[in-house]
Design a protein around this ligand. Sequence first.
Ligand SMILES: Nc1ncnc2c1ncn2[C@@H]1O[C@H](COP(=O)(O)OP(=O)(O)OP(=O)(O)O)[C@@H](O)[C@H]1O
Ligand SMILES: [Mg+2]
Length: 443
Amino acid sequence: MTSSDHSIVVSDVSKCFPIYDRPFHRLLQMVYRRRRTFSREFWALRDISFSVERGETVGIVGRNGSGKSTLLQMICGTLATTTGNIEVKGRIGALLELGSGFNPEFTGRENVYMSAAVLGLSREETEHRFDDIVAFADIAKFIDQPVKTYSSGMALRLAFAVQSQIDPDVLIVDEALAVGDARFQAKCFDRLKRLKENGTSILLVTHSSDQIVNHCSRAVLLDSGQLVMQGEPRDVVNKYMDLLFGGDRRAAEETAPELIVSGTTEHGMDHHPLSLSQDVFSNKAGYNHHEYRWGDGAASILDFSLRADGHEPHIIISGQAIHLSASVRFNRTVVRPIFGITIKTREGVTVAGTNSELLSDEVHTHGIGDGGSGVVVHLKFRCALATGDYFISLGVASRTEETIVPHDRRYDAVHFTVAPTNTFYGLADLDLRMDISEAAKRI
Ligand SMILES: Nc1ncnc2c1ncn2[C@@H]1O[C@H](COP(=O)(O)OP(=O)(O)OP(=O)(O)O)[C@@H](O)[C@H]1O
Ligand SMILES: [Mg+2]
């Protein structure tokens, strides 16, 4: 499998951790050595094989605990494999999950020299690069302060500067960049691009699907210690989204709803009836398990469907027409129900929101929701959003005199991802136009 162009070759690697149910079992194990076993086996990784070519950037995705960091530590050589073999060619730079690797008692300057020495640089080589490192980290004022006085972002800046300025053949980044501010992140990705052009192979663990799609040439998906898929970043991210938010879609289709409010053809709902008898919301693709739900239970939001240009999307293309439907069952009589929607970014910034009261001129609202009856609420919008992850909250409430009574609020219940765009940047597409006309000639 080894070819001269491979920087990393991982062959049939597995990692088993001994798990001790009680702390003193670990002690007993040391005493008894191999004569008796006090631990259980936990296989964090099983039979992983993949390779990274020179100059390739490979993204690794997977849920928490899927084995990403364990794999990276074995590639860096800080953790031994249980079985299998890993070959890495050349100098490895690494930013691992466990922090910058700096000694907090020493100054930034001393730590730069120590890290560079660990990476195999001579004192002269480090001196030669020192100014570039400090300039990249942009922490010149603090370079002679002990690292324990640095913020986590400052420590990351310095660590990234050291690891990326030593011209590594392989650079391994485990979620570290998430600590940096947006400007520094952009600078890091710029630097990664240049390293890649010079032939550095990069392994990047991130939970950001944008980063995978934008910066990686290939991606690998781990789940429960197994390599589930490798290939085109977009395909792998789709599969990852499926694992994260997909639920069991088939199961949802099989739970035959007893009562169906089948929309009119005008709403295009014929093929996708929503359940009004059982709460199947969490079985649907796009459901976010971290939703926050509350309300007095007089009404329940039971089911939803999210369609983009008529299809159930994995990733939405900016500009597509979105049709979100949600079924609401009234468990008790609700007078003049109000239906609401809010769309937020991953950081929690509200992009837009509205409700049937604000839109009362346009929405034909049902005056009274009788206990046992239900409605399907249809929401349509053009997804003029920039690339990123977004969360939709849905709610049903009603007004008693001057207060609003929330019946069912499902915050951040639906997740969707917008694919990268190349015609605008920022948060939303304001349909900015540009026209350049020739100026009148001077006479
Ligand atoms: N030293 C250890 N002893 C026992 N179990 C461990 C050890 N290190 C990791 N594990 C287990 O191995 C599994 C994989 O952990 P790992 O840190 O590689 O996951 P991860 O994919 O990096 O997750 P995250 O996205 O949360 O960073 C987890 O179940 C974890 O509990
Ligand atoms: Mg990890």
